[in-house]
Unconditional design. Structure first.
Length: 94
């Protein structure tokens, strides 16, 4: 039982560490995509927003791997968050 608590504590710490790292690029992608759409409706073509949206950050070009990394981070954090939630609810019931 003590070992399970240690594992759960480590899992929560890891999850808390990874969430901000994963949330930053996801929020950036959502914000740039939404802003680009809003500006395009106003007749402003801010193509530079699309470059950021797809993972091109000036000299750093992450476009080939950016969607894969975002998708993987989203899946990993969703699954780990659900596992932590289910585990916490099981511990409340017992």
């Amino acid at each position: 039982m003590k070992r399970q608590r240690q594992i759960a504590t480590r899992a929560r710490r890891l999850h808390r560490l990874l969430v901000p790292i994963a949330a930053a690029p996801l929020l950036l992608t959502a914000a740039t995509g939404s802003l680009y759409s809003l500006l395009l409706e106003q007749g402003i073509d801010a193509f530079w927003l699309l470059k950021i949206h797809t993972g091109r950050f000036g000299l750093i070009n992450l476009q080939p791997a950016y969607p894969i990394v975002l998708g993987a981070m989203t899946l990993v954090l969703t699954v780990s968050g659900l596992a932590l939630l289910i585990n916490a609810r099981r511990n409340e019931v017992s």
